[in-house]
Design a binder for this molecule. Structure first.
Ligand code: SAH
Length: 215
């Protein structure tokens, strides 16, 4: 679990890349400085941890590309102490980045192995403001609703209604929609029945799947 000067230097370079690609929020860039992405990857990928790429994390899943993490985080318009629900814990990197920005995170994963591995890692790294859950995220987390913000980090065919109903009025849901490739969608809950939808850039995510996976 070492974080060396070399890693820190590589993070600075990654931040420059993210800035060049259009991420301008200084708080988000600073958070990338503070979260050692190489600790969220298998040792085999450590060398490339600070390149702007997605990598396999086991169980056919991936850690999202840093640009995608930054892009989704930006769309959430976070305020300190926001209560945030993440669907798709995966490696835990996105959750760690959000927690570093001072919000409270509830993160849900459907794969038991990833859930266990990542819960342990986040505890070891001292992220006490992240709560992890083994659940089907399509149902959201009704017992802790409503949330200020919801972020989905897997590709959905359509917008799960449970997530809309668990959002506060004025809250924001960020979700990639589509099959082969996905269009990022930002939804603002304007009233109990009115939602504003904004469709943005295209990305590639692993699919949002139903039910739990215990293998
Ligand atoms: N945020 C993650 C991205 C991981 S990839 C990171 O920073 O690494 C997406 C994750 O979503 C995978 O781990 C996958 O198992 C999970 N997932 C897919 N469908 C899900 C569902 N219905 N509920 C919860 N998690 C789901």
């Amino acid at each position: 679990m070492k974080d060396t000067y070399r890693h820190k230097g590589l993070r600075k370079k990654l931040i420059e890349t993210l800035h060049e690609k259009g991420i301008r929020d200084g708080r988000i860039l600073q958070a990338f400085n503070l979260v050692p992405r190489h600790l969220f990857l298998d040792k085999a990928f450590e060398e490339w941890a600070y390149t702007d790429k997605a990598f396999p994390i086991g169980n056919k899943q991936t850690i999202s590309q840093p640009f995608t993490v930054a892009y989704q985080t930006d769309l959430l318009e976070l305020k300190t102490r926001d209560k945030v629900l993440e669907i798709g814990t995966g490696s835990g990197f996105q959750a760690a980045l959000l927690a570093t920005l001072g919000v409270r995170i509830f993160t849900v994963e459907r794969q038991e192995l990833l859930y266990k591995k990542t819960s342990d890692l986040l505890k070891k790294l001292g992220f006490n403001n992240i709560r992890t859950f083994l659940k089907d995220g399509m149902e959201g987390l009704p017992e802790f609703a409503p949330f200020d913000k919801i972020i989905v980090t897997a590709a959905a065919n359509d917008i799960p209604t449970a997530l809309l109903s668990q959002l506060k009025i004025g809250g924001i849901l960020v979700i990639p929609i589509g099959k082969e490739r996905q269009q990022m969608c930002k939804i603002i809950k304007e009233s109990e029945r009115q939602y504003k939808r904004i469709y943005l850039d295209y990305f590639k995510f692993v699919p949002l799947l139903k039910g739990l996976n215990k293998d």
